[in-house]
Design a protein around this ligand. Structure first.
Ligand SMILES: [Fe+2]
Ligand SMILES: [Fe+2]
Length: 175
């Protein structure tokens, strides 16, 4: 049985992961509007990843005997001053998510909840990758400095991103 504090904390993160996805979906529509289909595709994959994270947590809570309570998703921005500004927000957002995941791990350790701690370790590793990818794209966009030719080359590269279902998501049977 999940401790009520752990149950509530994961429920909050379920909401934040959906919210993260919503932010990236909003960025996808903004990139669509700019005609940058590759950037938009990258953001759609990002949206799907966040939705998957949320569904993995949802699956875990019910498997662990807890109750999932879905809350309203907060509003998101709808435009950014440049592709660089959008990716700077991605980086800041992912750093924030990493801190939230760390807080969940702290709580699991405090409660001696080893199964939740084990479940959360996948997210700890995932966040390192998320932050690193976002940082890499911020650096690239800074280097490109709005050069249209380079932005279009990057658009083609980002358009090739593929979504892969994480192994724990398949194991939890949530999709
Ligand atoms: Fe996530
Ligand atoms: Fe993320």
């Amino acid at each position: 049985m999940l401790d009520p504090r752990m149950e509530q904390a994961i429920n909050e993160q379920i909401n934040r992961e959906m919210w993260s996805g919503y932010i990236y979906l909003s960025m996808a529509t903004w990139f669509d509007d700019l005609g940058l289909k590759g950037f938009s595709h990258w953001m759609r994959v990002q949206h799907k990843e966040e939705e998957t994270h949320s569904l993995m947590m949802l699956g875990y809570v019910s498997e662990a005997g807890g109750r999932v309570l879905l809350a309203p998703i907060a509003a998101v921005d709808t435009e950014w001053s440049s592709p660089l500004a959008a990716f700077q927000e991605v980086l800041e957002h992912e750093l924030k998510v990493s801190a939230w995941i760390s807080e969940l791990v702290d709580l699991a350790l405090e409660l001696k909840d080893h199964s939740t701690n084990a479940f959360l370790q996948w997210f700890v590793t995932e966040q390192v990758e998320e932050v690193s990818t976002a940082k890499g794209l911020v650096d690239t966009l800074k280097f490109v400095d709005g050069n249209p030719h380079s932005v279009l080359m990057l658009d083609r590269e980002l358009g090739a991103r593929a979504f892969t279902l994480p192994a724990p998501a398949a194991a939890l049977g949530v999709l």
